[in-house]
Design a protein around this ligand. Structure first.
Ligand code: IPM
Ligand code: MG
Length: 356
């Protein structure tokens, strides 16, 4: 029996309801595979600020560092938008990523055949898309110093060291070796020095991967190519802010941002979270889609715990549930045999996990 300690951060908005469903599915997996998970809950985000005055209490950082992996829902909401930057929920998340040293954010996007009509993009463009965004997560303009804002001007700094570029490039090439062996590195090297260093460094790393085909693309073109012909991409390697933007764009390929998981790795402990936000407008109504979080739990099993067959089991169950026509409200217009609430779809996925 393999035992693991999982830190749970439910967060704000729909965070708690989607994480609860992911735990339900994980429990179902544990009863089928030889795994035991114990959960410890920690505060982060707006709710943590409300209770402690800090969006990332020390106890959360310590608890996360002691765990084997962290499953996280979502944070943020209008309620905290007026706070100073360092007190905002988003600051808590950025600080946690940084404290954990999880510099590699992996965001896979593919299309479930049954949902090919749910996207605003034409089905013939989408069929067969399977891409993997590797986003640098602890550097770039999100963290660059100096940064400042006063009444008349404000600035941020986009900075990358060669070492930071190298390590994320290695993650991209290693990922490509397990996939279709193509890396497209995305930058703005026609304008930014930081992108020029990015490009040179990626070229150097590529020398160690003779089997992988490397191409480069400017970020503006990449944004266009993602909707024009997304099938051309395998691994998309990019920096923090470009990756943030492109991964939201890529999520529309799958039809709903409620479907896409992510893994943040590279430190001692990995952080697993859906790519979407806390959607405060729909929180508590039972209509949120927990699939992105459930798929993030699968990534946690695979990437943090090495429990490959447990991860496969969840991914297969989700694919079958969608195939059999169960849909949450965001996808109710696309092949729904039955429209389910958040908890209903969680239970159905857990049942499928137990029976396949
Ligand atoms: C994401 C989010 C975060 C980011 C926010 C909430 C700080 O958009 O994970 O993509 O920009 O990294
Ligand atoms: Mg984002």
């Amino acid at each position: 029996m393999n035992r693991y300690n999982i830190a749970i951060i439910k967060g704000d908005g729909i965070g708690p309801e989607i994480v609860d469903e992911a735990i339900k599915v994980l429990d179902a997996v544990c009863s089928k595979e030889d795994i035991e998970l114990s959960y410890e809950e920690y505060l982060m985000g707006g709710n943590a600020y409300d209770v402690t005055g800090n969006p990332l209490p020390d106890e959360t950082v310590d608890g996360c560092k002691k765990s084997d992996a962290i499953l996280f829902g979502a944070i943020g909401g209008d309620k905290w938008d007026g706070l100073e930057r360092h007190l905002r929920p988003e600051s808590g998340l950025l600080r946690l990523r940084s404290e954990l040293g999880v510099y590699a954010n992996l965001r896979p996007t593919s299309v479930f055949d049954e949902l090919v009509d749910a996207s605003t993009i034409k089905p013939e463009v989408l069929k067969g898309v399977d891409l993997f965004v590797v986003r640098e997560l602890t550097g770039g303009i999100y963290f660059g110093q100096p940064r400042e804002k006063n009444a008349d001007m404000a600035f941020n700094t986009m900075v990358y060291t060669k070492e930071e570029i190298k390590r994320i490039a290695i993650v991209a090439f290693d990922s490509a070796m397990k996939r279709r062996k193509q890396v497209c590195s995305i930058d703005k090297a026609n304008v930014l020095e930081v992108s020029q260093l990015w490009r040179e460094t990626v070229e150097e790393v590529a020398k160690d991967y003779p089997e992988v085909t490397l191409s480069h693309m400017y970020v503006d073109n990449a944004a266009m190519q993602l909707v024009r012909n997304p099938r051309q991409f395998d691994v998309m390697l990019t920096g923090n802010i470009f990756g943030d933007i492109l991964s939201d764009e890529a999520s529309m390929i799958s039809g709903s941002i409620g479907l896409l998981p992510s893994a943040s790795v590279g430190g001692k402990v990995g952080l697993f979270e859906p790519i979407h936000g806390s959607a405060p407008d729909i929180a508590g109504q039972g209509i949120s889609n927990p699939i992105a979080t459930i798929m993030s739990a699968a990534m946690m099993l695979r990437f943090a715990l090495g429990e490959e067959s447990a991860a496969d089991r969840i991914e297969k169950a989700v694919a079958l549930v969608l195939k059999d026509g169960y849909r949450t409200k965001d996808l109710s217009d696309y092949g729904a045999k039955e429209v389910c609430s958040t908890t209903e779809i969680g239970s159905i996925i857990a049942d499928y996990v137990a029976k396949i």
